[in-house]
Design a protein around this ligand. Structure first.
Ligand code: NAD
Ligand code: USQ
Length: 444
């Protein structure tokens, strides 16, 4: 199957592309590389070093013999989206390419506007491109369990039967998202559902829980193939953060009482779910929702599991919750559809946590202690990050733009490529690279 993975340079998109390529699918990846710019903007880095997109792709070709076509550009650039879909002609598009951090979206007005513009406009451009170029393309879109919030009733998979004043209908499940990021996913879901209705498109909206883990069978084949591992308070997700905190000798940062309960899944199960969704496409005009997680845990339970798996003393500390969320609530969410398609989950156990701790320990010297404590406050409209350097003043940062940091030829090139909508050539070389104008120092 020809599968185009949008966000193919990210934490989940890159290992997904490898997984699908290893299973003989023809894979292309699309990315604006903006995630790398957020690191530069925030003064943070992936705990595990990651290679450039071009080096990753070249190394994969060396170790597997499989090519991954690479397109560097921005989904908010409609011309780029149309050109890429038309050039690759996918049967399925897996869409990971959004700003995905709730804290990043809550930094201030500009980060909230950036997040919603990037995510909603990018997805809308994609829907139009599919409708205009080939309506048989199956869109597999990453949504989030956080679209539902934490209602005091069972959560269903996308839809709920409601009887009101004697009449009954099956309606989209009510949404109570907890950040401007999570809200962007709700807006996407509405737009996708409408496009399926209006244009007969086919789509699967995967409401994914929190992912943990970093290594996959394919990424383990060469250090150049590693995916990112975020542990900072803005992009790090809870279990990955706790593992890094434990090996760094930091207290585990439980926000509030730790009663917040969330659906979670192993990164290897993300890849399996995507493959299952692609291989079992939605029907013509069908908009379907799968809840993509395998188990639920409270934050306090996760902290306890990490503390138990870590040799030596670990302190679990409840700190003031920077977010606006319930920390004691009912939580029971359905997640049977992917199991019904054959998903065999990797459940969270001491062994998985120990291997996460081992990965974190290998890179312990890269931990920046300033990045650990949360600084984005939901109650504030202007938070600042202790790691960020903004020479033009405390609030001068423009999300996704790094030129004011002034040292970054690689990032500038990425930005220019994205702005110009450059669909790159074989293995992702930009026009400048092909003409030799840009020296890429990294070669496998
Ligand atoms: P990530 O930030 O590591 O990857 C996203 C990638 O998309 C990045 O490489 C980024 O450069 C790219 N991108 C962003 N905006 C783009 C644009 N306009 N055009 C082109 N490329 C763009 O995030 P991730 O953790 O891999 O998450 C991927 C998707 O899965 C997101 O949509 C996220 O909301 C969803 N999700 C993630 C988790 C999780 O725990 N990581 C859980 C549930 C859902
Ligand atoms: N939390 C802590 N301590 C920490 C970090 C987080 O107690 O050090 C708590 C948070 O307050 C929250 C829970 O852990 O209650 C989860 O936080 P998180 O940062 O791990 O996850 P979240 O912000 O919800 O976002 C992540 C991804 C996002 C995805 C979402 C899935 O970044 O892209 O959409 O998980 S879900 O949670 O199902 O919405």
């Amino acid at each position: 199957m020809r599968i185009l993975v949008l966000g193919g340079d990210g934490y989940l998109g890159w290992p997904t592309a490898l997984h699908l390529s290893a299973r003989s699918h023809d894979v292309g990846i699309v990315d604006s590389l903006v995630r790398r710019s957020y690191d530069l903007e925030m003064g943070t880095e992936s705990l595990v070093p990651i290679r450039s997109i071009h080096r990753r792709v070249r190394t994969w070709e060396l170790v597997s013999g499989n090519r991954i076509e690479t397109y560097v550009g921005d989904l908010t650039d409609a011309e780029f989206v149309y050109a890429t879909v038309d050039a690759f002609r996918p049967e399925a598009i897996v869409h990971f390419a959004e700003q995905r951090s709730a804290p990043y979206s809550m930094i201030d007005r500009s980060h909230a506007v950036y997040t919603q513009t990037n995510n909603v406009v990018g997805t809308l451009n994609l829907l139009y491109a599919i409708a205009d170029i080939d309506r048989s393309i199956h869109l597999v879109k990453l949504g989030t369990m956080g679209e539902y919030g934490t209602p005091n009733i069972d959560i269903e998979e996308g839809f709920i039967e409601i009887t009101h004043n004697g009449r009954t209908d099956v309606l989209p499940y009510p949404k109570q998202p907890g950040s401007f990021y999570h809200l962007s996913k709700v807006h996407d879901s509405h737009n996708i559902q409408f496009a399926c209705r209006a244009w007969n498109l086919r789509s699967t909206d995967l409401n994914q829980g929190i992912v943990y883990g970093q290594e996959t069978p394919e990424s383990a084949r060469h250090p150049d193939l590693a995916t990112r591992f975020d542990y900072d308070a803005v992009f790090g997700t809870v279990l990955n953060r706790f593992a890094v905190q434990a090996v760094a000798g930091h207290d585990l940062t439980v926000y509030g009482t730790g009663g917040q309960t969330r659906g979670m899944l192993d990164i290897r199960d993300t890849l399996a779910c995507i493959e299952l969704a692609c291989e079992n496409p939605a029907g013509e005009g069908e908009y379907r929702v799968f809840n993509q997680f395998t188990e639920s845990f409270s934050v306090a339970q996760l902290a306890e599991m990490v503390s138990d798996a870590m040799p030596g003393q670990v302190t679990v500390r409840q700190i003031e919750n920077p977010r606006h969320e319930q920390d004691e609530h009912y939580y029971r969410a359905a997640h049977t559809k992917l199991l019904g398609l054959g998903l065999v989950p990797h459940l969270l156990d001491g062994g998985t946590i120990s291997s996460l701790l081992a990965t974190a320990a290998r890179h312990r010297d890269r931990v920046d202690p300033r990045a650990i404590l949360p600084s984005v406050q939901w109650a504030s409209t202007r938070s600042t990050l202790p790691t960020a350097v903004h020479p033009r003043g405390r609030h001068a940062a423009r999300p996704g733009h790094v030129e004011h940091i002034g040292q970054l030829p690689h990032a500038e090139r990425n930005q220019r490529a994205a702005r110009g909508g450059i669909a790159t050539g074989p293995n992702g070389a930009t026009r400048e690279e092909r003409s030799g104008a840009v020296e890429n120092a990294e070669r496998p």
